[in-house]
Every structure is written in C-alpha cells, then in structure tokens.
Design a protein around this ligand. Structure first.
Ligand code: N2P
Length: 363
C-alpha cells in the first residue's frame, strides 16, 4: 500500500514537472539579417531552456516603424546609434539594470563611450557590433572596367563617368538614407552631419545624378549578389562584404571580393541591444544579452559575421583574419578617417524621407 502510494506520488510529481505542464520560456529577438552565428541560438536554448523566436530586418526604418506602432512582442531589438537615440527619447526602451548583466564587465569602454553619445550614461543599450560603410566590389570585374586605378575613392560611385563604366556588371546601393546622405555630404566637402535642407538636397542630387547606373537600392541582397557574380559593386557595410567573400570562397566560383574605406572618409555606426518597455519576457532578454556578452560568444559572432563586437575581452578569441583586418577592427590611421552623425530632427527626417523616395524612384 505504502509502496503503491509512493509510486502514485512519484507519478503525480512527474506530471507536475513534465515539460508539457511547465510554462514554456520564450524570447522574441528582432535583429538584422546575417548578423549572428546562428548555432549560438540553439546553444542558448540548450543551456537555458529558453526558446528563441528569431526575426530579422535590414533597415532601421523598418524597425522604427514597428517600434513606434507599439506592441511588437519583441524582447530584444538592435537599432543603430542615431535611431536608438530617437527611440530612447520617444520612451520606447526600458533602462537596463547592469547588475543583471554580469558579463558587462568585459565591455570595451572606448566603444561604450562612443555609444554613449546616443545613449548618455549607457543606460538603455549595450553595443552589439560597430562598423563602417564603404565600397564592396568584385576585384576582377571592376579592374576590367576601370583599369589599374585604386578602388579607394567615392569618385567611383559619385562621378557619372566612372560609375557608368561599371553599371553593366551591376551596382547596388544600400537602401539607407542616413548612410548614403552622410557619405555624399562628406564627398562634397560639407559637414556629413549637416541638417541644413540645402546641404541635404545637394547630397540627394548627387546621388540622383548617378541613379541611372544603380540597379537596386537594397541593404541585404548585395551579399549574395556579390558572392554569385550578379553584381560587381555595392555601397555596403564591411562585415556583410566579407561574408560575401566567404560565400564566394565556399562556392569555389573564383569570385574575389574586396572592401575599402574610401580615402575621403566614411560613416562609422554602432548597433546596440535594447529591451522595449513592453517586452513580454524581460528576464529572458537579460539572459540573452548576458550570453551575447560572454567573451567566447561575442568572438564567435564576430568571426562569423565579420563585424567588430563591443566586448574587449572577446578579442583573444576572435578569428585572427577578422581581428587583424583594419576594415573590421580599424587601426588608428583608419579610425582618423571615420566620422559619426547625430539623429535627424522630425522636420529634417521628413525632408530626408521625401528626398530619398525621389532618389530611388528616379523622379
Ligand atoms: C548586418 C547588417 C548590420 C549593419 N547584415 C547594419 N546595421
């Protein structure tokens, strides 16, 4: 009898803790495309029991539209600096409790200080990756068309007589007004952070002038398009470009891809993890950010995505070829050519959106 009762109790207990009855732990992550070592998602679940629903986007505008509409259900999002700043001001995020992020001790202080321009006191966000915008190209096809000239100047995309020569093998530009306008301003010798309507129009007119030679404005398709030879040049982001290089090498298709930071200088951007105020799974979100801050984990993300992360303690674990690539981890000389920008105010944003549509539609 006793034995039977004991057995019964055990069964009862078993049912009580069986996964079918235990509350499932979930985390909804919304991150950029091609921006993580996906194996880490499974490892996180295995370790914590938290299931990740992983969704992607390829533009800040897309993320912002969702955040402003509210009730996204997302627990983690990854805006870039200027957008982060506006979204903090709009009250979208919750303040982070750093005590819940023990691995924050490995954060790269110089990088955190740069992010603090957008998030004063680093209260709302933690840097994930940082990077530049530059020229991504197929070495052979561009050389066939431009000869021996070094591919190290924005002239290549902003001088009609040059871009015209490569248009036949396919040119993409990022669909990111902030990147393109700041770079065009810099090229024109104007302040890349200018909010003056006249300056913005000068920048968009420059881009509009070369619009006929641009096959597509898109912020993620250029990785495969470069890797499989569909295009020969893009204005793109460094990490994505080196991913294209790896894909071409894996495919053994003979396509050689390079990325340069033009000598006139370029934009440097910081993408950061933040938790929306209405996030349904806050403690799971902390677990995830802390996991991503683990030096070995951060290093794997950098080694796979070719983006520099925000954890200084990860450096010893980052693939040497990534760590020693100054287009990914800029040396001092490269750093000196990089600029950052601040967010557009509401009025300037309206102008930018209008101008950008005009540029893209060619009207
Ligand atoms: C990853 C793009 C990340 C840089 N594909 C843009 N925030």
């Amino acid at each position: 009898m006793l034995k039977r009762m004991f057995g019964f109790c055990l069964v009862g207990l078993g049912l009580f803790v069986s996964p079918a009855f235990a509350q499932e732990r979930i985390l909804n992550v919304y991150n950029w495309t091609d921006y993580i070592d996906t194996k880490l998602l499974e490892e996180f679940t295995r370790e914590t029991g938290i299931k990740i629903v992983y969704d992607t986007y390829d533009s800040n505008e897309m993320l912002e539209a969702k955040l402003l509409a509210g009730n996204t259900g997302y627990d983690i999002v990854v805006p870039s600096g200027t957008f982060l700043q506006r979204q903090i001001q709009a009250g979208i995020f919750q303040q982070l409790d750093v005590h819940k992020l023990p691995n924050a001790k490995g954060i790269w202080q110089e990088v955190a200080a740069r992010l603090a321009v957008y998030d004063p006191g680093n209260k709302y966000a933690v840097t994930y990756m940082w990077y530049t915008t530059g020229l991504s190209y197929n070495i052979d096809k561009v050389a066939q068309r431009l000869g021996v000239m070094p591919i190290d100047t924005w002239d290549i995309v902003f001088k009609p007589e040059l871009i015209k020569k490569i248009a036949d093998c396919g040119v993409y530009f990022l669909d990111s007004p902030e990147d393109l306008i700041s770079v065009a301003l810099r090229y024109l010798g104007l302040n890349p952070d200018s909010k003056k309507p006249d300056d913005i129009r000068k920048a968009t007119s420059l881009i509009a002038q070369v619009r006929p030679y641009v096959k597509k404005f898109h912020s993620s398709e250029y990785i495969n398009a470069l890797a499989n030879g569909d295009i020969c040049l893009a204005i793109g982001w460094a990490g994505d470009t080196f991913q294209a290089r790896t894909r071409a090498e894996d495919a053994k298709n003979g396509i050689k891809i390079n990325y340069t930071i033009p000598k006139e200088g370029t934009l440097m951007t910081f993408d950061a993890f933040a938790i929306p105020k209405d996030a349904p799974h806050v403690s799971e979100a902390y677990r995830f950010i802390d996991f991503m801050l683990r030096p070995q984990v951060a290093a794997r993300n950098s080694s796979i995505t070719n983006y520099a992360n925000g954890v200084i303690d990860s450096k010893p674990f980052v693939e040497k070829s990534v760590l020693e690539n100054p287009a990914i981890y800029p040396d001092e000389g490269t750093m000196a050519r990089l600029f950052t920008i601040t967010p557009y105010d509401a009025q300037t944003q309206r102008l930018v959106t209008r101008e950008w549509t005009r540029v893209k539609t060619g009207k």
